[in-house]
Each structure stands twice: as structure tokens, then as C-alpha cells.
Design a protein around this ligand. Structure first.
Ligand code: ARG
Ligand code: ZN
Length: 867
């Protein structure tokens, strides 16, 4: 019998790209000239490609495309019609070894809701090409190992688009009699198509000059709408600081005479390192005290630095293929982390980075979308701009730096930049450079590139008082991940140290242990008192460490460890042990945590910024990650109960910390930031205690604030409560900032993250608010993305949270598949929950997969999440 269903829904057979299938390009394109007649409704793109056959083969020229039909195709100046279209691209048979190919297409930027290729944002035109957006602009071998010199000619209406920018240097410009004008740009550095960019718009620049270490002047410009000009000072200063830092720390000098950054409101992610013309999500450029938090200021500096650093780690040396993405992203994140650490407290920066890794990457590594930092296959490369590629990738580079030490690591990066400058390289090229420069064998270390999953280390110390001998037993195991059931032992650089439990003296100085066996014992002699183990100091390896340390030992380390990260970690572990027990049993003894927090608050020698990090309880999600089954309600109750107890028991201290943190006026300095952070953390505990004056205190902070950090901190405290001040603050905030999209995002996000019981109803209502739109990625993430990481609200037992998010993602997929697909992972956590929730989550994933016209981005994420 005929299976009607099977015919109505033919099984999707995804096209899988495999790393091992890499072959070099058949044709190179040493030069390309692009000619744009720009218009939001209809832009004409004429491309002239000099193509050269790369080897003795007889295959035609295959240019990637996105389903456009060429208006004309010429070979060596002559119109031809023996071409054909295949998979959205253009195939042209060619006889010789070198030809000039000309194509013309017409595209419609204003209808481009995917925000890939050439699109309109806020009345301006801009591009995003990484990873495969260039093919949406013109036919081209859109792969990173085809490097070309670009010449760009742009024509546009002068009144609407007075500014015309592209990569490289401006060459010439002029006016046309019909009210249009033109500009020519030339980028002398050969680059892959994903680094192409142009911008046409009504923009102004904050300008400055940077003089490089060899004495060349570079003209810097940060381009924004005229109304936003005053908010660009911080980004411009960060750019100058980054340029100097890369010279000092890595010996890297900028190479063009111009460096421009443009801020746009509609952007799929953070920012893009196009050669000489970075394009940024405006949230990573615009800042002033009234509208941006300290967190925003820090993120702006980090992203400006990140994109700037790509000029060497990404642009001068690019990736051979997209499987090598972490070559540029992991390394560049490592570089930007080092930059940020040097701008303020390195200890706090490390804590923030590890917290981020644990929030985003560890769950990814433990779930259905786990992949190595150098993946073996993908369906849609946009889905691989992940915490694993970026953040675990950065940890892998950090481990190499730890193993080699600073001098040899710098020798390794120098050699890498020298050897591979101007080429499209691989992760292997990077590791081989490190080996060659240092003499260190990294053979087994390479497993970090191929094995997914977070290694788990167990550590325990046995002490024999009689002989003064302590034996540390270490073992490692990496859990299976999709497609990788058996794992080999990794190289784990573990910094460790022993303290005396009675005297708090150092019994064994810090040492770096390279654990490369399934298990290993290390013997310490002359250990006269019971040792307390401090391990994975500085988070030297991105692993989970399980120890048998008691609450008393953890409390001891939280007070005495001289490694700030290890001190934070001991407190986290103490809190986690307490919270997990409480979530499982409905109750736990809170006294050890309370005493440890009290001790931290009383230690006047500590930096307030560090104190604020240490006294914070782990998130609901991180608590859930420690449990065999996530029980979102029990976790929420356990965490609230501990917060209330810590708030009540230490009320006097929180109020003292709160008062001590008051400042006369806003200042953006590490010290002032630390005080603001501690102030809002203290306010949170005062509110958690149930104190009658808490809402009043928060509202007072909200109204008196001369900066967004204090204002948002107070708002975040109020939105989880039930006070009249909550409504008042939300209204005041909305009215004050209703014309500022970035601040309105905070208003949506604060409500999506609320701990109230009715958060889903509020969020559903906000999704119908006149200021809500799925078309703007920042807004979609502020509401839908934030809600789906609100563990308790999203995982409501009746599945309403899942249904709401799935509905939104299905709608978003029709506009912007890339941004929609990024928000699938919370639904893919179903294995971690009870059977009822798991079935509801699977039901939504199945509904998504069955949606007619689903994008391949969503298909890959949702179908893999079901597997
Ligand atoms: N290379 C950009 C960065 O600096 C991000 C590009 C993201 N592309 C994407 N398709 N998600 O990290
Ligand atoms: Zn990057």
C-alpha cells in the first residue's frame, strides 16, 4: 500500500560536510573587482573575477551562490550562455588556465531578514559575510582558502547614503549629476570572501589617530548615527588600548592606514572582524554612564579588542576550512581574555570567564550538540559558532600557554605568525608551531582538538602522619559524547598545592602536574600535619574536579587559599554541596556557608570586586548541572532558602557593605566597579532576607542612581518581588528609555529573568508588546533567549514554557534561521529532566522538525537534539 504520509513529508536528508573530505580549491581568484549600484530595494552587483586553474584538472569553475539568477555572464569580455545553475550556485565550463569572469546580479537588501549578505538596518546598508554570506551578494568560491585582492566601487544616493565605506583604503570619490555619488576602496591584503564588507549610510565618526610601533599613523573612526556620537568614547579608547596591547604583548602591528568600526542595530551576533572595516552590533559600541552597565563597558572593551586582534589571528592568517574555526576564534578569545585581565582585576576576570564556560560550554559538552573544538562534520556552519569553539577553544590555548610557560608560548606565537602569514592555516599548523618553537611534544595534547566532552578528574589525598608521607591519587575519565563513545586519556595541566589544616602553612609549594594517564599517584614527603588540597588553581584545566574534601576543608580554603580562583572555587563547592543536598532532601545545614560568607565579608584585605563574586550563590542552572535529574522547583526552593538565610543571618554585614559602597559620583574604574557590584549583591541579599524595607531601599537606589549599573541592579532586585515599587520602577524605566533600543532590551530581559511565579504570563504578554519584534536579534534574545535560560520558569511542569519558546522559534525561523537556531539548546536538555518534562520537550522539538519550510539551521539543531 502507498504510504501517503511518507510522500507528504519526504524524510529530509541533510547534506553533511565532513572535515576529512577537504580538497584544495580547483580555481583561485587572485583578484576581484566589485561594482555596486546600491539601493535598499534593488542593488545591482557586478563582479569581475580573475580566475586561475589551480592544478591540471578539467573541472568547470563552480561559484557559490544563493539561488540568484545572473543577469549576465561574460568570459574574457564575451557574453556566454553555456553556464548552468546548481545548488544555488553558478557553473561555468572554461577551457584555459586563466580567465576573466564577469557576472551581474540584482539583490534586495531591504528584504533580507536573515541579516546575512547585504542588508538594511536602521535605514543604512551593511554586510555580514562570515561564514557563507558573500554568496548572497555575488557568485564566488565562498570558502576561506580562496584569497583575493578586492577593489570595490560603490554608487549610491548621496542624501540617503552620504558615507560609503569598504575594506582597506579609500582611493577616490566623486559626485554624479543625478544626485548620486561614488567611492572606490582598495584592500591590498588578499583575503577570503567572509572578510569582505561595505557600509552605506548616514553616519558620523568619532575619529582619532594611532601611531604604531614603527611610527605609522593609522586613522581610526567609529561610525554611528549622529545622535549616538557621544556614546563612542569608550569604544574608541578601547581600540587604542588594544592596538598598543597587541604590539606590547604579541609584537603585532596594524597594517593599513585606516581602521573603521561601524555600529548597526540589527546584527546576528556580537561583531565582525572584516579587514579594516569591523561591523559591530551597536550593543558592543555604544556606552555612557546613563545607559550602559559596568558589564556593558567591560564587554565593549573585550569585543573591540577581540575584533581588532583578529587582524592577525584571523585575517593575516585565516582558516583553511570552517572546521578550523577555533584556530582563529579560540586563540582570539584567549587573546581578548588576556587583554581584559590586564585592564583590571585578573582574578575577577578569570572567575567571570570560568563562570561563563560553565554556564554555556559545559552543558553543551554534556548534551546532544557536543562537538570537539575542531568538529568533524556539520550541516550548517553557522551552528558551530559555539561556546565550545570559542571558549573551550580559548581554554585549550591557555593550557598550551601554561604547559610551555610565557617565553616559549610567545616564541610559539611568533613562529606561527611568521610561518603562516598570508595563508589559510589549520589548527595543526598552530600546534606544530608551538612544538617547533618550544621543543615540547604535544602529540597526546592534540586530543583536545578531536575529543569532545568535559574530562572529570577525581583527586584524593591520603596522609600518614607517622611517616610524614601524603599520597595524592588522581584519575581522569571523559564521558561519552555523540559519535564518540570511547575516550582516551587527555593531557590535563593541573596546578596544585598543599596547605596545613592546622597551621595554614604551605606544606607543598604550587606545582604543575601533567596528568596524562587514566590515573596517577604523587607522593609528598615531610608532610607533618594533615594536608588540605588546593587543585586546578587558576582553573588551569577546563575539567570537573571531584574531591573528597569536607565542608570544613572547603571553608578553610575559602578563607586561606592564596590563589584567588581556588578560593572562589572552594566557596562555590561548599555552596554547591549544600544546595544539592537541600534540593535533594528539602533541607540542609546552612551554617558552613553562612560562616564562610561572613569570613569573606569581614576580610578587609580583599578587593570588593572579588568579594562580590565569591559571595554569590551558583545559578539554578549550575546547581542543576550537578544533579543526576534536574528538579527545577526543588533547586529554586533550595537556593531561595539559602539566600534568605544568608540574608537574614548576615543582615548587619550586608547593610554595612551596602553603605560602604556608596559613591559620590560615577566613575568607571576597577575600584568603583567593584564597589557597585558589591552594593547590588548586598541589596539582593537584603531583599532575599524578606526585610520590610528592602523594596524601599531598592527603589531608592533605582531613583538616585547616576548610572545604569545601579539602576539595573535595583530593577533586577525589584522585578523578582511583589512590591508596588516593582510596577513603578518598570514604568519609570520604560518611559525614560522608550527611544533607546539597547536599554529597552534590558527592560525586556529583566522581566524574562524574574523569579516570580507568573514570569511566563508576563513574558507572553511582552511578546505582544508594541516594542517587541522578532526581526531584531537583540530584542528576540532579550526576551525569548533570556526566558529560556530562566530554569524554573522555562521548565514549568505543564510544558507551557517549552510551547511558548517553540512557537517563537518557529516564527523567528521564517525571518532569521541563524538567530532562531541558536536558541534551540535549552529544549535539547530533555535528558536531564524527569520523564514528563522530557516528553514535553521532545514533543516541541518534534513539532519544530516537522514544520514545513524549516531552515537547515533549525533542522540540524532540533534533529540532533532529539537523537
Ligand atoms: N568572527 C566573528 C567573531 O569575531 C563572529 C562571526 C559569527 N558568524 C556566524 N555565522 N555566527 O567572533
Ligand atoms: Zn572572533
Amino acid at each position: 500500500m502507498l504510504d501517503v504520509q511518507a510522500i507528504a513529508h519526504p524524510p529530509l536528508s541533510p547534506h553533511v560536510i565532513r572535515r576529512e573530505d577537504y580538497t584544495p580549491p580547483d580555481w583561485q581568484v587572485p583578484e576581484i573587482a566589485l561594482d555596486f549600484a546600491l539601493d535598499a530595494a534593488a542593488t545591482s552587483v557586478r563582479a569581475t573575477l580573475n580566475v586561475v586553474r589551480s592544478s591540471a584538472h578539467d573541472r568547470p569553475l563552480v561559484l557559490d551562490g544563493a539561488g540568484q539568477t545572473p543577469l549576465s555572464v561574460k568570459v574574457d569580455g564575451v557574453a556566454v550562455n553555456d553556464w548552468w545553475l546548481k545548488d544555488g550556485g553558478l557553473v561555468i565550463p572554461l577551457r584555459g588556465s586563466a580567465h576573466v569572469i564577469e557576472t551581474e546580479v540584482e539583490i534586495a537588501p531591504e528584504r533580507n531578514t536573515q541579516l546575512m549578505g547585504l542588508y538594511a538596518s536602521g535605514g543604512n546598508l551593511c554586510t555580514q559575510c562570515e561564514a557563507e554570506g558573500f554568496r548572497r551578494i555575488t557568485f564566488f568560491p565562498d570558502r576561506p582558502d580562496v584569497l583575493s585582492v578586492y577593489k570595490v566601487h560603490m554608487v549610491a544616493d548621496k542624501a540617503r547614503y552620504p558615507v560609503l565605506l569598504a575594506n582597506g583604503d579609500p582611493i577616490a570619490q566623486g559626485d554624479l549629476p543625478d544626485g548620486r555619488h561614488w567611492a572606490d576602496w582598495h584592500d591590498p591584503f588578499p583575503k577570503p570572501s567572509y572578510l569582505f564588507a561595505l557600509v552605506a549610510g548616514d553616519l558620523v565618526a568619532n575619529r582619532a589617530t594611532f601611531t604604531t610601533m614603527s611610527g605609522r599613523d593609522v586613522a581610526l573612526g567609529i561610525w554611528v548615527r549622529a545622535a549616538d556620537l557621544a556614546k563612542t568614547e569608550h569604544a574608541l579608547a578601547a581600540l587604542q588600548t588594544s592596538m598598543a596591547w597587541d604590539e606590547r604583548v604579541y609584537g603585532r602591528e596594524y597594517d593599513l592606514d585606516v581602521f573603521n568600526i561601524v555600529a548597526v542595530d540589527d546584527f546576528n551576533f556580537g561583531a565582525m572582524e572584516n579587514k579594516g572595516l569591523n561591523i559591530f552590533n551597536s550593543r558592543y559600541i555604544l556606552a555612557d554612564a546613563d545607559t550602559a552597565t559596568d558589564y556593558d563597558f567591560d564587554a565593549i572593551a573585550a569585543v573591540v579588542a577581540h575584533e581588532y586582534f583578529h587582524n592577525w589571528s584571523g585575517n593575516r592568517i585565516t582558516c583553511r576550512d570552517w572546521f578550523q574555526l577555533s584556530l582563529k576564534e579560540g586563540f582570539t578569545v584567549f587573546r581578548d581574555q588576556g587583554f581584559s585581565a590586564d585592564q583590571g582585576s585578573a582574578a575577577v576576570k578569570r572567575i567571570e570567564d570560568v563562570r561563563g564556560l560553565r554556564a554555556a560550554q559545559f552543558p553543551e559538552d554534556a548534551g546532544p550538540l557536543a562537538h570537539p573544538i575542531r568538529p568533524d562534520e556539520y550541516q550548517e556552519i553557522s551552528n558551530f559558532y559555539t561556546a565550545t569553539i570559542y571558549n573551550k577553544g580559548a581554554e585549550v590555548i591557555r593550557m598550551i600557554a601554561t604547559i610551555l610557560g610565557p617565553q616559549r608560548f610567545r616564541a610559539g606565537t611568533d613562529l606561527y605568525f611568521e610561518r603562516f602569514d598570508g595563508t589559510a592555516a589549520t589548527c595543526e599548523d598552530f600546534v606544530a608551531s608551538m612544538e617547533a618553537a618550544s621543543g615540547v611534544d604535544l602529540s597526546q595534547f592534540r586530543l583536545w582538538y578531536s575529543q569532545a566532552g568535559t574530562p572529570r578528574v577525581t583527586a584524593s589525598v591520603a596522609h600518614d602522619a607517622g611517616s610524614g608521607r601524603a599520597t595524592l591519587t588522581l584519575s581522569q575519565r571523559t564521558p561519552p559524547t555523540p559519535g564518540q563513545l570511547d575516550k582516551q586519556p587527555m593531557v590535563l595541566p593541573l596546578k596544585l598545592k598543599l596547605f596545613g589544616a592546622e597551621t595554614a602553612q604551605t606544606l607543598a609549594a604550587e606545582q604543575l602536574v601533567l596528568l596524562d594517564q587514566p590515573s596517577e599517584q604523587i607522593v609528598f614527603e615531610g608532610i607533618s600535619e594533615r594536608p588540605v588540597l588546593s587543585i586546578n588553581r587558576g582553573f588551569s584545566a577546563p575539567v570537573v574536579v571531584e574531591t573528597d574534601r569536607s565542608a570544613a576543608d572547603l571553608a578553610f580554603l575559602s578563607a586561606h587559599d592564596d590563589d584567588p580562583f581556588a578560593r572562589y572555587e572552594a566557596m562555590q563547592q561548599l555552596m554547591l554541596d549544600t544546595l544539592v543536598e537541600s534540593a535533594a532532601n528539602g533541607t540542609a545545614d546552612h551554617r558552613a556557608v553562612i560562616a564562610a560568607i561572613a569570613g569573606t565579608l569581614d576580610d578587609a584585605a580583599l578587593d570588593p570586586a572579588f568579594v562580590a563574586e565569591v559571595v554569590l550563590l551558583p545559578s539554578d542552572a549550575f546547581i542543576g548541572d550537578q544533579m543526576a535529574r534536574v528538579d527545577p522547583e526543588a533547586i529554586f526552593r533550595a537556593r531561595e532558602a539559602l539566600r534568605r538565610d544568608v540574608g537574614r543571618s548576615l543582615d548587619t554585614r550586608w547593610r554595612a557593605a551596602y553603605d560602604a559602597a556608596q559613591a559620590d559620583s560615577f566613575e568607571y574604574s576597577p575600584a568603583a566597579k567593584g564597589l557597585r557590584r558589591l552594593k547590588t549583591v548586598a541589596l539582593g541579599y537584603i531583599a532575599a532576607s524578606g526585610a520590610a524595607d528592602a523594596a524601599g531601599l531598592a527603589f531608592g537606589q533605582f531613583e538616585a542612581a547616576d548610572n545604569m549599573t545601579d539602576r539595573q541592579g535595583a530593577l533586577a532586585t525589584l522585578v523578582s518581588g511583589d512590591s508596588p515599587e516593582r510596577i513603578a520602577a518598570l514604568d519609570i524605566f520604560y518611559n525614560r528609555y522608550s527611544d533607546n533600543a539597547l536599554v529597552l532590551d534590558k527592560w525586556f530581559q529583566a522581566q524574562a529573568l524574574s523569579a516570580r511565579d507568573d514570569t511566563l504570563e508576563i513574558v507572553a504578554e511582552l511578546s505582544r508588546h508594541r516594542d517587541f519584534t522578532l526581526a531584531n536579534p537583540n530584542r528576540a534574545r532579550a526576551l525569548i533567549g533570556a526566558f529560556s535560560v530562566n530554569q524554573r520558569a522555562f521548565n514549568a511542569a505543564d510544558g507551557a514554557g517549552y510551547r511558548f519558546v517553540a512557537d517563537q522559534l518557529i516564527a523567528l525561523d521564517r525571518l532569521n534561521p541563524q538567530t532562531a537556531a541558536k536558541m534551540i539548546p535549552p529544549l535539547g536538555r530533555w535528558r536531564r529532566f524527569d520523564a514528563a518534562r522530557a516528553a514535553l520537550m521532545r514533543g516541541e522539538l518534534e513539532r519544530i522538525v516537522a514544520t514545513p519550510g524549516l531552515s537547515k539551521d533549525m533542522f540540524e539543531q532540533a534533529s540532533k537534539s532529539l537523537a
